[in-house]
Design a protein around this ligand. Sequence first.
Ligand SMILES: *Cc1c(COP(=O)(O)O)cnc(C)c1O
Length: 370
Amino acid sequence: MSGTEMKYINEAFESNWIAPLGPNVDAFEMEMASCVGVKGAVAVSTGTAAIHLALSLLDVQKGDTVFCSSLTFVASANPILYQGAEPVFIDSEPDTWNISPVALEKAFREAASASKIPKAVIIVNLYGQPAKMDELVSICKKYKVPIIEDAAESLGSKYKGKASGTFGDFGIFSFNGNKIITTSGGGMLVSNNTEALEKARFLATQARDPAPHYQHSVLGYNYRMSNILAGIGRSQLEVLDERVNKRRAIFETYQEELAHIPGISFMPELEGTFSNRWLTTFTINRSNTNLPPIELLHALDSENIEARHVWKPLHMQPLFSNYKYYPHAKNESVSEELFKTGICLPSGSAMTLEDQMRVISCIKKILVSG
Ligand SMILES: *Cc1c(COP(=O)(O)O)cnc(C)c1O
């Protein structure tokens, strides 16, 4: 926590706004919109809910398809299934680990020739690193398909000076406990389309028609954020820059200490982009180290250090085994390779240098001594 959360929580208590609406919600929405530079924002219960609302607003329905990054957390794609639509998964490219413009173009070409153009494309910015937005936006424009930018992990990141999450028709953020700032659980839908955001507000509050009684003409959801949690969010937003600096410093220390070890490659930061370095991740090349990532994870675990594999690509998940996948190149599946070789290191903003040096010396011991 940042330390000033109680001020906003007390305000909520004193004014008796303990509802999924109230002055903290309104203020948090305005502060987020101005922080990332968009016309409006709608605070919701989770990042997943924000993606679901965006798909609803884009009229994604049963029988439709939606293109989605494969290398991501399951929450990026689950709302496609909530709508009864079909995901089509797109591989990563090596420069950002995010959605490959080459694979995306191929998926669009085939979709166009089959007259099955998707209703939307969900572009994820993995571990804080912005995707190749210029290329991706221009492909989606060519086929006139709207973008939902999943910036759940990339609040505070920038692509050519512009905030991550603001390149699509809709952007979404998450304030889940593991993200760079948190409200314990929460999310935000952002857009420059204020009319669509009004509709999102309506859908997120059970789609209640303006009538003196309770009347409902369309299906809605109970997705709004509480005024108490929004208070936590306001306080957290005040320390976002600090958090980003801390995460980047953690990344830099790991890199300085470990990058010289043969076979270790850190997640790149594309030129012209600024990553919040939400998590520090690297890949281990087996031909250099002769060590499968799982053994490094076990060795760290035996020292009570929690590290993780990178996300398992969604096209490899049993849940999504029936859906199409477009690899980066005919014989090159970048996301599968990243899953096989990638590791996420402990990267929390509260981590001390001492903690970090303990992780580093443990990794050196394993990788250098073999
Ligand atoms: C965390 C996360 C989400 C979902 O956010 P919740 O607030 O947990 O629902 C969506 N996409 C990605 C890439 C995430 O990391």
